[in-house]
Design a binder for this molecule. Structure first.
Ligand SMILES: C[S@@+](CC[C@H](N)C(=O)[O-])C[C@H]1O[C@@H](n2cnc3c(N)ncnc32)[C@H](O)[C@@H]1O
Length: 477
């Protein structure tokens, strides 16, 4: 029988028209063209688009969006002028309902493809959305650079810009250039004023931003942290060296023009790595920390301390974890990968004892201090690597848990930790994750031992593709 002719291969550089089918990895959308799966950033399922292929591999290609020929009904008007250029929130042009459903879908797909579960038979609740979809972050880290990235609008305006100084966010895929942000809808109106105010002050005083490639200059990062529920505000300026006079000048400026700032710290980073952490810290004014509350607990937040970046939705996340755990007053709970002990403290009143494990010593010190400051006496925090610590000896020492809560980093748990969970097999198990892929893979390995009772995605990061997901498991009898 005569074979139908093969569709023509798509080529790099070629312009293609296609209708986008669904959301895919990292917030892109995908379409199928001539047997290829084509990924397009900025496109939305339902869009008819024209795009140029810039990468072609075996079976898939990537294309740059050139024109939306017919827009999807899932589209909405973005609020920010930098959408499409800035890496901060790539889904502003997608309606919030569609974002939430896309997140639920991606959890279901991860469970099916990575975990081998029959997703249709699982109870996967609709994603718990945020009441505030803008100005929700309590922390932002802005970068200084001697290389300013100009947006297409800025170039088209014909205005000449000072491109040697930028304070803002990196554009995706470019470590050198920084978008000079005049507006941003992620943190707060105060945060935007601070960015513009610090930039203007630094420029007026001739302070040089960091040269990311040649490693010279003074100003490296501006970190702004705010207590959502307390209103306390920290400005942390990361510089390449300590200059007491300059810090006093900026302190005076902040106190005069930004009375909302409760503390100002200067972090020194003389290393080449682009990080807001440093080798020394000076508190210029205020206590050097801020506070925020989750539930009835108050947390102290140091400049570099880990704290969930969306306070209100973190509380929703912890409520889901607490409800899924079905606590009894006599329960012994393990909170593994506990950070600064926020989940431990949040659930402490409902149970007999919580044992938290965390790698970072500073976070464990914070956890202990937070427990003490809140008058919580039934939480024990242990510092160390889960891989080495989580052994039968550890269980002999601290007792067999009734409930296990885990909240590992993106990479997930070490396979040996998963094996140890299988050996220990507490009846109730709640898995909180910021990476549904690794979560599904690990739970796939535990399928014979644990049944999934419910799945609840929670949206902590509106307008991005990031998801937090909580899974309720019960040991099979
Ligand atoms: C997603 S955070 C969890 C934070 C905490 N549950 C919260 O909500 O604030 C993951 C934590 O795991 C810790 N961690 C990473 N690898 C670890 C390991 N091998 N052993 C113990 N803790 C680890 C990190 O330092 C981090 O604090």
């Amino acid at each position: 029988m005569e074979q139908p002719p093969k569709p023509p291969r798509i080529k790099k550089g070629e312009q293609v028209e296609m209708t986008m089918e669904k959301f895919a990895d990292r917030g892109k959308s995908l379409a199928r063209v001539n047997g290829y799966v084509v990924f397009v950033a900025g496109a939305v399922p339902g869009d008819r688009v024209r795009a140029r292929i810039f990468k072609r591999k075996k079976g898939f290609a990537e294309a740059r969006l050139l024109e939306v020929l017919s827009p999807s009904t899932l589209r909405t008007e973005p609020r920010c002028r930098y959408v499409g250029t800035c890496g901060g929130c790539k889904w502003q042009h997608v309606s919030y309902e569609a974002q939430l459903e896309a997140k639920r879908q991606s959890v279901a797909e991860a469970l099916a493809h990575q975990g081998g579960f029959d997703a249709a038979s699982l109870v996967i609740h609709p994603t718990l959305g945020a009441a505030e979809t803008y100005f929700y972050r309590n922390k932002m880290e802005f970068s200084f650079s001697q290389h300013r990235w100009l947006t297409p609008d800025e170039i088209a305006s014909g205005t000449s810009f000072d491109t040697d100084f930028a304070l803002g966010l990196h554009v995706p895929g470019n470590y050198l250039k920084v978008l000079d942000l005049q507006e941003c809808h992620l943190q707060s109106e105060l945060s935007v004023r601070l960015v513009n105010g610090v930039r203007a002050f630094a420029k007026a005083h001739g302070w040089k931003p960091w040269h990311i490639k040649a490693h010279h200059g003074f100003l490296r990062h501006l970190v702004i942290r705010q207590g959502t529920n307390t209103g306390e505000t920290m400005v942390a300026l990361v510089t390449n060296g300590y200059d007491a006079d300059r810090m006093q000048q900026l302190a005076g400026h902040l106190q005069e023009h930004f009375p909302e700032v409760t503390t100002f710290v200067n972090i020194i980073n003389t290393g080449v790595a682009q990080t807001a952490y440093g080798e020394a810290m000076h508190t210029v004014f205020g206590p050097g920390v801020i506070h925020d509350t989750i539930g009835s607990y108050r947390f102290e937040i140091a400049p570099n301390a880990f704290f969930q970046t969306n306070t209100r939705q973190a509380e929703r996340l912890y409520e889901v974890a607490r409800d899924f755990a079905g606590f009894q007053p006599d329960d012994l709970v393990y909170d593994l990968y506990c950070g600064a002990g926020t989940i431990s403290l949040f659930v402490s009143a409902a149970v007999r004892q919580v044992v938290g494990v965390e790698l970072v010593e500073e976070a464990v010190a914070n956890a202990r201090a937070n427990a003490k400051a809140n008058g919580v006496t039934n939480c024990t925090f242990v510092a160390g690597d889960m891989l080495k610590l989580f052994t039968p000896d550890f269980v002999r020492q601290h007792g067999r848990p009734d409930v296990l809560i885990v909240d590992p980093p993106r990479a997930g748990m070490h396979p040996k930790v998963v094996k140890q969970i299988a050996a220990l097999r507490p009846e109730r198990f709640v898995y909180v994750s910021c990476n549904p892929q690794s979560q599904a893979r690990e739970l796939g390995e535990l399928q014979d031992l644990y049944a999934i009772e419910a799945v609840q995605p929670v949206d902590l990061f509106p307008h991005t593709h990031h998801i937090e997901n909580v899974i309720k498991l019960r040991a099979r009898s």
